[in-house]
Design a protein around this ligand. Structure first.
Ligand code: GDP
Length: 537
């Protein structure tokens, strides 16, 4: 098989959104349009899920949908789409951020009534940092929502990115009736809304009628008012902006915007068409020895997620590897660069809605699960023998904190081993006081559920009972000195109003109990840098 051709058809992306915006629905529709219909129900099963911890544990036992949908790989219009899941709600965690390091682009999904919401903003920040192309799909147009111009303004001002609406909603008697495709100069009209839509998956695609903007039939279809509104709004759009600049899109500076209703299949067709046309295949990735091109013959990839207990019976750990160059073949020997060890990829695995299947070969852009012999850490590089390493995946400052105490002091060993493993997987951040200083172990996470996960897993897998206690901390910042000199812990301790701790990699962190304490530290001590993210060792 021609590797060049295979890489050229890969499109590896994620959907970023706030819970309830319609990510599950859009994912289902992608599968549906991709002809993977039988899988759509599998994604849907997630719907009934609440954010309760008990549900998570149940899921953990069953190893349910959150894992099996972590990567959906399916063909669409001659392309191979790799859709990586970004868990939200209570299972929002650093994994969600890390996943965004493994994609080449993202779809930002907004609820038209709600606009840019908190979780979208957080996820967007990571995409922006990576400067990857971002599509915006405004969903739920079938319901009363915000003015489309308003939404554009909000995305531009809140997220600091340009917006170019490629489709524009049209209304008939105030009801969402279709979209105007500005680049193609076409109008897609939909059938009347189906009041039962949303109950089923809707296997049939709605008929699409295509005419020009000046077509009298359009004026007839939209009614006088609807037509006048469309004419007026499209003129405003033409006045407001430059044309669609693909270079700016690829650089993550300009987001093409689309409107529609995922549950009704409205506006999806033109969106998917543009998505397939504009979304880039895998590109070069930075390493410590210069960029690596996906067309390079030697295999390379990096670990962006580690999942324990994929198979309860075997207590295994699977590392999810994003391939960046070359070809991975089952049974091949690869180099784990950080340790310098070679290992054989006996059972590379792909996951497809409930199914785990061995893969014989995969290409740059793909995500493959490989058995972790207890060696891998987030960000690790695998190669065919070279010693370069991909840029590390940053750690993100947690937003929730808890004290961790062991109940039975005799289990110290298991406790230490369990914590080390969980920290390696990147389940939570773990902070300890520097040597010689008293203090509690502190856990930090992006979502509170992670604490319960740690407690549950320490008990279930290591037989260690722990107590979680409240902690006053609200912010964590990694500390370095502006002059590059090592940080003197005692001096730092005296300088800041916060707790000085070390993370699992020995990096210096200060925990603050309020924003003000951080601001003060920043103001009084410009010799220190207080960073929200940390990369590498
Ligand atoms: P997620 O939390 O982002 O995965 O959101 P879901 O896909 O589960 O959707 C949340 C709710 O919004 C569900 O009840 C969906 O049926 C509904 N929904 C999704 N798309 C649309 C839409 O286009 N219009 C309307 N009215 N509801 C929608």
């Amino acid at each position: 098989m021609n590797a060049q051709h295979e890489v050229g058809r890969r499109r590896t992306f994620a959907i970023i959104s706030h819970p309830d915006a319609g990510k599950t629905t859009l994912t289902e529709k992608l599968l549906l349009y991709g002809g993977v219909i039988q899988l759509a129900g599998a994604v849907k099963a997630k719907r009934g899920r609440s954010s309760a911890v008990s549900d998570w544990m149940e899921m953990e036992r069953e190893r349910g949908i959150s894992i099996t949908t972590s990567v959906l790989q399916f063909p669409y219009r001659g392309l191979q789409l790799n859709l990586l899941d970004t868990p939200g709600h209570a299972d929002f965690s650093e994994d969600t951020y890390r996943t965004l390091h493994a994609v080449d682009g993202a779809i930002m999904l907004l609820d038209s009534a709600k606009g840019v919401e908190a979780q979208t903003r957080k996820l967007f920040r990571v995409c922006k940092h990576r400067a990857i192309p971002i599509f915006t799909f405004v969903n739920k147009l079938d319901r009363p929502g915000r003015d489309p111009f308003d939404l554009i303004g909000e995305v531009e001002s809140v997220l600091g990115i340009g917006v170019y609406p490629i489709t524009w909603p049209v209304f008939r008697d105030g009801t969402f009736a279709g979209v105007y495709h500005r680049l193609a100069g076409r109008v897609y009209l939909f059938e009347a809304l189906d009041p039962d839509a949303g109950k089923g998956v809707g296997a049939e695609r709605p008929p699409v009628e295509v005419t020009g903007l000046e077509d009298p039939a359009l004026a007839e279809a939209l009614g006088e008012r609807g037509y006048a509104r469309l004419k007026q709004e499209t003129e405003l759009l033409e006045l407001a902006g430059d044309g669609f600049d693909k270079e700016r899109f690829l650089a993550g500076e300009l987001s093409p915007m689309f409107f529609g209703s995922a549950v009704n299949n409205f506006g999806l067709e033109p969106f998917l068409e543009s998505f397939c046309e504009l979304m880039p295949p895998p590109g070069p990735r930075a390493t410590d020895q210069g960029p690596v091109s996906p067309s390079q013959e030697e295999f390379s990839g990096f670990v962006f997620k580690i999942q324990a207990n994929m198979d309860k019976a075997h207590r295994d750990r699977i590392a999810f590897v994003r391939l960046c160059s070359g070809r991975m073949v089952r049974g091949m020997k690869v180099r784990h660069v950080r340790s310098g060890r070679d290992l054989r990829l006996a059972n590379p695995t792909q996951f497809l809605a409930g199914e785990r299947s061995l893969v014989e070969e995969s290409f740059a852009g793909d995500v493959v699960g490989v058995n972790d012999p207890g060696l891998f850490e987030i960000g690790d590089t695998l190669t065919g023998g070279s010693t370069f390493e991909f840029q590390g995946i940053p750690s993100f400052a947690p937003e929730h904190f808890a004290r961790l105490e062991m109940v039975d002091p005799l289990k110290r060993k298991q406790f230490a081993r369990g914590l080390e493993q969980l920290a390696q997987e990147g389940t939570v951040q773990l902070y300890r006081p520097p040597e010689g200083r008293a203090g509690d172990l502190v856990l930090g996470a992006l979502g509170r559920l992670q604490f319960e996960v740690v407690k549950f897993r320490l008990e279930a897998e290591y037989g260690v009972q722990v107590r979680l206690g409240g902690a006053p901390w609200q912010l964590a910042r990694w500390v370095s000195r502006e002059d590059g000199a090592p940080v003197d812990l005692d001096r730092l301790h005296d300088a800041v109003e916060g707790m000085v701790v070390l993370d699992v990699r020995g990096r210096v962190v200060v925990l603050f109990d309020r924003e003000w304490a951080l601001q003060t530290a920043n103001r009084l001590h410009p010799e220190y840098r207080f960073a929200e993210t940390a990369t590498g060792v």
